[in-house]
Design a protein around this ligand. Sequence first.
Ligand SMILES: NC(=O)c1ccc[n+]([C@@H]2O[C@H](COP(=O)([O-])OP(=O)(O)OC[C@H]3O[C@@H](n4cnc5c(N)ncnc54)[C@H](O)[C@@H]3O)[C@@H](O)[C@H]2O)c1
Length: 266
Amino acid sequence: MNPLDVFKLEGRSAAITGAASGIGRATAEVMAGAGASVVVGDLDDAGAEAVAKGIVENGGRAVAQKIDISKRAELDALVDRAVSEFGRLDVMANVAGIAADGLIAEATEEQLDKAIAVNLKGVFFGCQAAMRVMMPQGSGSIINVSSTAIDAPAARYGLYAMTKAAVAMLTKTLALEAGRYGIRVNALAPGSTITSFTLRHLQGAGGEVDQSKYDAFVDRMKKQSPLGMLGEPEDQAYLILYLASDAARWCTGQVWRANGGQAFGA
Ligand SMILES: NC(=O)c1ccc[n+]([C@@H]2O[C@H](COP(=O)([O-])OP(=O)(O)OC[C@H]3O[C@@H](n4cnc5c(N)ncnc54)[C@H](O)[C@@H]3O)[C@@H](O)[C@H]2O)c1
């Protein structure tokens, strides 16, 4: 037997949130490349359409769906789309998330509500929607995206890190409840990866990327990794592929880290 066969996702279907950009996009493309049929979900409908189109042009199967993950009904609709288009749901990747920068003492209630609505409730609703289909099916893999921000406190990242720590505990608890149905639940805590998420630190007043800020950021992030390098969205997508595949059939309830060994304060 070719050991690579265990990573193949032929005949399986995956729903992915945040799939118009960054880590979610790489996940959609890698999963489709491994043979899965994918539903590309995102608030950015034009971006989601473009990713789905690119997958189809490369010989894969994909459809796009506009969703706002802070709304439970839209995650139900995402999962229903996977079933109506592809007949089943084998993988649910809850990737979408937003930044929530600022000092705790200065955070408004609106900022708190928004961070919780997207980063926590969005993943919670995604898990519930997936469970509704996967439980009667008796199988499935749910993968939630947390963050390396859960590993050490950092000033100005409190709101974000709180929601991502909650995603880690949601994952571990759901894994306990879902195992009896043959469903695995895992989380990723990605290290710093340049996407539109990180670019917010690197833009000048007009929104253009400030090259000196960009270079300083990349330099700082590289120094935090003993490998002296910065990760790319595919580094997370390959780990998601592993967790989605039968290679990870004995893996559940864990928080996985592709982060270059990053240690803050290094
Ligand atoms: N980039 C990093 O350094 C990093 C590190 C750790 C964790 N993460 C996490 O990885 C995930 C993906 O981030 P990324 O870096 O690829 O960012 P990104 O900004 O490139 O992609 C995020 C995607 O989520 C979508 N989105 C935002 N709000 C949404 C909503 N309410 N409903 C549906 N879609 C929505 C955006 O439109 C975007 O396409 C996030 O959960 C983020 O917190 C990123």
